[in-house]
Design a protein around this ligand. Structure first.
Ligand SMILES: C[S@@+](CC[C@H](N)C(=O)[O-])C[C@H]1O[C@@H](n2cnc3c(N)ncnc32)[C@H](O)[C@@H]1O
Length: 268
């Protein structure tokens, strides 16, 4: 019985499963390129392609400090750090994910640019105005109180900084099938339309700059798998139950019930 968000995500042996699969596929784990992890460490619709949309929206450069809230095992944090030169702090509720994020970052040689800690998006353990930008990828579906969530993202970002949220939003009427990738049951699942996030952002004083719906990317992600499967996948992250979760998410996308939307806000 899954009693919490952390229990849904947390599981043992994540790094070992990933390394075993890479070794089996002929990779030398002492010389790993971070990109080889992309299909397992970017736990959001569109994978790396989704992260590149986030990277294009955040407006940071070398010397800046980015916070990635709900960082999972750190794939987006590592990519955003390597591609921009900024340092990135990741925070996540699930201790097993934070442990894996630290180990994998050291293994692929980007440990100096990133750091990770356990904590809640609803009570971020950082002072006001600590970061030049804040990202959150596919986390809000686990959080009921969107106003508190947006308030914390806004609080820790400096004036003039950008807050980017890339989340699964509801786009149609109808019950979602479970388990979903973000929740085993409906009890810990709070997907909302993009308008709820936008209104919450404005409520807490953010300026809503734009929202872009990436439904086409979602259709491609679920319906056109790569002809050569990558050596690691979200199955190595979440275990065998990932197959059923993925099928349910795929059905919900194809029925038009949900879609990933990227929302950009500015701190005045
Ligand atoms: C679907 S995964 C996305 C992980 C990562 N952002 C990515 O895109 O690869 C959702 C993540 O949100 C985290 N999470 C859920 N609720 C949270 C909360 N209240 N505070 C911090 N992290 C949370 C989970 O532990 C999980 O790692």
């Amino acid at each position: 019985m899954v009693k919490s968000v952390e229990q849904h995500y947390g599981n043992d042996g994540i790094v070992q499963r990933i390394l075993d699969a890479l070794t089996q596929a002929g990779h030398n784990i002492d010389e790993l390129d971070a990109d080889v992890l992309a299909a397992a460490d970017e736990f959001h619709i569109g994978g790396r392609e989704g992260t590149t949309h986030v990277a294009a929206a955040i407006n940071i450069a070398a010397g800046d400090h980015l916070l990635d809230v709900g960082c999972g095992i750190g794939g987006a944090a590592r990519f955003l750090a390597s591609s921009t030169g900024a340092s990135v702090t990741g925070i996540d509720l699930t201790p097993e994910f934070v442990d894996a994020a630290i180990q994998l970052s050291d293994l692929v040689g980007v440990g100096a640019l990133v750091d990770f800690k356990v904590g809640s998006a609803l009570d971020l353990p950082f002072l006001d105005n600590s970061f030049d930008a804040v990202t959150m990828l596919h986390v809000g579906m686990n959080i009921e109180n969107k106003v508190q969530m947006m308030s914390e993202l806004a609080r820790v970002c400096r004036s003039g900084g950008t807050v980017v949220v890339y989340d699964v939003t509801t786009t149609g009427e109808g019950d979602l099938p479970y388990p979903m990738p973000w929740s085993t049951t409906a009890e810990f699942s709070f997907p909302e339309p993009a308008t709820t996030y936008e209104a919450a952002g404005v409520d807490v004083g953010l300026e809503h700059v734009s929202s872009s719906n990436h439904y086409d990317l979602a259709l491609k992600f679920f319906n056109e798998p790569p002809s050569t499967p990558p050596p690691v996948s979200l199955g190595h992250l979440m275990g065998p139950r990932m197959m059923e979760m993925r099928d349910n998410a795929s059905d919900a996308i194809n029925q038009g019930l949900i879609s990933p939307v990227l929302m950009t806000f500015l701190v005045p």
